[in-house]
Design a protein around this ligand. Structure first.
Ligand code: UDP
Length: 421
């Protein structure tokens, strides 16, 4: 903790509320990132305000997380859940409300760090009228995402324009992996300054339980071979791949178990995906060995990672992929898709294995290699933990961000007179 109080900074995450439960459809890595970065920066002495959109009248407007770190929920658009693709029209109100809050509290932000393209639009609007240093993290790139989806939403053109503009105009872009930076350069623009600062994880929370204790706590057979998935129920997460891979596993008669963790709401997009996955589980004959424990909170998630023999991250694409480093911090080897940030976090043959996305046969081979070689798996797990300790702890990541902000504050902010889109 620094003795002198640093300046006010705003983290903006319009659709990803940092104070909300993680593991539901719209709550995932971005919420975790903003919350963890915010709290770690506050510990370093920054005064951190995190802005998000209020999605229910019952939600408190301000949530104090710790000294110098709070979430502020602004009323912009209906106070109910609105899918992110429909939020753009409410952004001007979000800007107005943010300015009103600043005025009421008499706060000037020297750095505004935006998350996801919607927030970058807000940041660019603020930059037109205030002398701020604008930093942006994409979390997802439209240019990558639209290559892999069958229906392109109406908002796509606007999103692509805003994503290009912020890359060229922000004072600094934070890419969370070299692969994400490469995609920005090849698919978005060659202009603009990009730093690579990864996502992080809590190395005290993950890695605090051993396998035996974790299995006892969760009631999992100490001799079972446990394959674990956790994340949002979203088609792009590739849950179907892990199910089909386990269906093809040569280890099926070896007390194999499949655990699929993550929250869902019946009838909503995540509930629909969960139903689809459950159907596939039935089709490939895995019903008896598969469990769906639902959303996993802080009280059980570290135990699930520790209890698993292998954690599978079968996403079609991932700019970073927090689950991989959480498993690695828990000394659990990872089998992940050979895409994006997973190519950065998982070192093949050292901390886990990579397989082509959607290739369930290749995933089956990789999973079986780990399950069939417990001694090797243990070694992979130990190296994974060392890698996370060295490169991906939140405190280390927040220090790098803090250094970036400090450095930017020594420079004049870029001019940004006309942002449209
Ligand atoms: N998560 C969780 N409980 C769940 C499901 C997910 O805490 O039931 C967390 C998970 O631990 C991780 C985040 O949600 O921190 C997902 O982040 P990731 O980058 O893997 O994927 P995203 O959701 O951003 O696509």
């Amino acid at each position: 903790m620094l003795s002198t109080i640093k300046q006010h900074i705003a983290l903006i995450s319009v659709h990803g509320d940092p104070a909300i439960e993680i593991g539901k459809e719209e709550a995932g890595g971005q919420n975790v990132y903003v919350r963890q970065v915010g709290e770690a920066l506050a510990k370093q002495g920054w005064q951190v305000d995190m802005f998000t959109r209020k999605v229910s009248p019952e939600q408190p407007t301000i949530v104090e997380h710790s000294a110098n770190c709070r979430t502020i929920r602004l009323s912009a658009g209906p106070e109910q859940f609105v899918p992110r693709d429909n939020l753009f029209e409410y952004l001007p109100t979000f800007v107005e409300q943010l300015l009103k809050f600043q005025q009421q509290e008499g706060i000037e932000y020297s750095v505004v760090h935006t998350n996801y393209w919607l927030s970058s639009w807000v940041g660019m609007e603020l930059k037109k009228i205030q002398p701020i240093q604008l930093v942006h993290t994409y979390h997802s790139l439209g240019a990558v995402k639209y290559k892999s989806v069958s229906t392109i939403p109406l908002i796509a053109t606007t999103r692509l324009e805003v994503e290009k503009k912020v890359l060229e105009k922000a004072d600094r872009i934070v890419a969370t992996s070299p692969q994400e930076k490469e995609h920005m350069r090849s698919l978005v623009s060659t202009k603009g300054s990009i730093d690579i600062i990864p996502c992080g994880t809590d190395i005290r929370k993950f890695g605090s339980v051993n396998r035996e204790a974790a299995r006892e706590k969760l009631g999992i057979d100490p001799n079972a071979k446990v394959v674990f998935y956790v994340g949002r129920f979203d088609r792009r997460k590739g849950i179907e791949t892990v199910v089909r891979a386990v269906g093809k596993s040569q280890m099926r008669d070896q007390n194999l178990k499949l655990v699929i963790g993550g929250g869902s709401r019946p009838g909503q997009s995540d509930g629909i995906e969960r139903d689809r996955i459950e159907k596939i589980v039935g089709e490939v004959g895995l019903r008896d060995i598969t469990t769906f424990p639902g959303r996993l909170g802080d009280d059980t998630l570290p135990s699930y990672y520790a209890a698993a023999d292998v954690c599978v991250v079968p996403s079609h694409y991932e700019p970073f992929g927090l689950v991989a480093i959480e498993a690695m911090a828990s000394e659990t080897p990872v089998v992940a898709s050979d895409v994006g940030g997973l190519q950065y976090t998982v070192v093949p043959e050292e901390t886990g294995l990579l397989a082509p996305p959607k290739d369930d046969a290749a995933f089956a081979v990789a999973i079986d290699r780990i399950l069939a070689n417990p001694e090797w798996a243990k070694e992979l797990g130990k190296k994974a933990r060392v890698r996370v300790e060295k490169q991906f702890s939140w405190d280390g990541v927040a220090s790098q961000l803090g250094e970036l902000y400090t450095h930017l504050l020594e420079e004049p902010a870029k001019e940004l007179s006309s942002v449209s889109a």
